[in-house]
Design a protein around this ligand. Structure first.
Ligand SMILES: Cc1cc2nc3c(=O)[nH]c(=O)nc-3n(C[C@H](O)[C@H](O)[C@H](O)COP(=O)(O)OP(=O)(O)OC[C@H]3O[C@@H](n4cnc5c(N)ncnc54)[C@H](O)[C@@H]3O)c2cc1C
Length: 398
């Protein structure tokens, strides 16, 4: 295994659940501090997969995460959609909730702990530099001179994936010419704010830019959509943050900024998820990069991890090299199809948020105006920025 992000940790856990010995190589030191809330929204499918790999793990994550008190959509200052949810707390009752919202760093904490309990061996500060695969296995070399060999390698080494480069695979797809600014804010436990997820089209106090607020356990994430060509840094320095954030959240949050960053809207998928010898399997952001809208990044990575571990188990048990290759190729085919579906869904979300056609812009304006009389138009405005929800595969929805 390469990479101890959420996908690598999940793959390690899935392999251990199948009784396969695992060594996980991670470039960072053991005492690293990971930045930002990032993947907040953990789908029930992911919670279910995690519970299956390590009984109680999905449930523990669900209990730590929250569910929103409600959802709101506004258009140029007017509410066009409002729905209250019965339970705005963590997982209660029976079974897993439809989702849990918590900081990625916390989800990773649960995964790391479970990996340790499951007997995953870690090599920290192991920055993988070269990977050589042959028909019989893989050799991996780290920058500090250490090296390892294995029958198979699952590479979950993130967006820049040196392993992907080493096996000669490249990302294919596009990116938008605009950025999002993302800011994490801590809640003040003495002044509880309702956990409302709010999407605002053309916020009048933000020069008509779109803004999304997503509550998570202990805080909320604000996502501001810059205009095409706009420099996101202009919204990130402290003075500018103090300028625009009060348009979106209570002023009290200004002193509780946890993290502020930027990201481009990406729709990239690797040209192949496996190496030529079918010994290296790419998973998570090493294999695909999507914008956060729709919560497809980590959730689809967790499904990749589960599928990659199953493929390795099948390959190890296979009665001949052709069957072993076939198991790995099946992984590539299934998860490439899921990734392409997610890329296209992200593309639809992007086209909705930045409509090029005057007809779609007009439809959105009309839907906003008519939503008080025709609630399903408000519902369309609420749902469309996330793209379609389904991509059924054997390894979870995403
Ligand atoms: C603002 C924002 C919001 C998001 N919201 C969501 C959401 O709600 N839901 C969702 O599903 N996703 C979301 N995502 C996406 C999610 O954060 C990523 O998909 C997820 O972190 C990818 O996990 P990963 O394990 O593939 O990669 P990473 O988290 O990048 O982990 C890769 C690991 O590999 C290690 N590594 C890198 N190079 C090497 C090397 N050479 N040798 C050894 N180790 C190496 C890194 O140190 C790291 O530990 C969001 C992202 C952003 C930016």
């Amino acid at each position: 295994m390469v990479g101890a992000g959420p996908v690598g940790l999940t793959a390690a856990l899935a392999l251990r659940a199948l009784d396969i010995p695992v060594r996980l190589l991670e470039a960072d030191p053991q005492d690293r501090v990971r930045p930002g809330s990032r993947a907040l929204y953990v789908h029930r499918d992911s919670l279910t997969l995690l519970d299956r790999m390590r009984p109680g793990l999905g449930t523990a994550i669900a209990r730590r995460g929250i569910r929103w008190a409600g959802r709101r959509t506004r258009y140029r200052g007017h509410e066009v959609f409002a729905r209250d949810h019965r339970d705005g707390s963590g997982a209660g009752g029976h079974g897993l909730p439809p989702y849990a919202c918590l900081r990625q760093i916390e989800t990773e904490g649960f995964l790391l702990e479970s990996c340790r309990e499951a007997g995953v061996e870690f090599a920290w500060s192991a920055r993988v530099e070269t990977v050589r695969s042959t028909p019989d296995g893989v050799e991996v070399h780290a920058a500090d001179g250490r090296s390892w060999s294995a029958g198979y390698v699952i590479a979950a080494d993130g967006a820049r994936s040196p392993v992907r480069a080493a096996i000669g695979r490249t990302m294919v797809g596009g990116r938008s010419n605009s950025h999002h600014v993302v800011v994490d804010l801590a809640d003040d436990p003495r002044v509880p704010e309702p956990a409302l997820r709010t999407f605002h089209y053309h916020h009048p106090g933000l020069g008509g830019r779109h803004v999304l607020v997503v509550p998570f356990a202990g805080g909320r994430q604000v996502d501001l959509q810059c205009r095409p060509g706009e420099d996101p840094e202009e919204f990130l320095d402290e003075a500018r943050l103090r300028d625009w954030l009060p348009q979106v959240v209570d002023r009290g949050y200004l002193d509780r900024v946890l993290w502020a960053s930027r990201y481009p809207f990406l729709q990239l998928v690797a040209d192949s998820f496996v190496d030529e010898h079918r010994r290296v399997l790419l998973a998570g952001e090493a294999a695909h990069l999507f914008a956060p809208f729709g919560a497809r990044g980590m959730n689809s990575g967790i499904a990749d991890a589960d599928a990659a571990a199953s493929a390795v188990a099948l390959a190890l048990r296979a009665t001949g090299p052709e069957r072993a290759r076939g198991a790995v190729e099946d992984y590539a085919a299934e998860r490439t199809a899921a990734a392409r579906h997610n890329r296209d869904a992200a593309g639809r979300a992007l086209r909705h948020m930045r409509p090029r056609s005057p007809a779609l812009r007009g439809a959105q304006r009309a839907a906003a105006a008519l939503s008080p009389a025709v609630p399903r138009l408000g519902e369309w405005l609420e749902r469309a920025p996330y793209g379609p929800r389904t991509a059924a595969t054997a390894h979870g929805t995403y």
